[in-house]
Design a protein around this ligand. Sequence first.
Ligand SMILES: [Mg+2]
Length: 122
Amino acid sequence: MVLRAPGTFRNWYVNVETPAVRWAGGLDADDLEVDVVAGPDRRCQLKDVDEAEAANAAGEVRDEWAARARSEAEQAIADITKGVWPYDGTWTDFRPDPSWPVPELPANWNQPVPGYTGAGLL
Ligand SMILES: [Mg+2]
């Protein structure tokens, strides 16, 4: 376990998702399972590849989206390794203003999006 001062940068976490779709209640996207985690030393770790492969094998994520997810994860690893924005450290010291209120979810946050088909997952 690495001890660090409270509020210090711990890692980037890239959650690979379908492109977000805007609707009256906000934004929706589907998680494509695979994630990338990288610490301040920029060493990258792929997470949940097994879950992504299982979702693809089960037909929950089409081949096209599975391939895009792998490609996006590989691009994130390349960008993190090179220190390309937003992995250049620009936001690693960001702290929200403590006076900001905690936002509340709208009542319709989990309603199905009219016409949304999971960005073509099925
Ligand atoms: Mg994920």
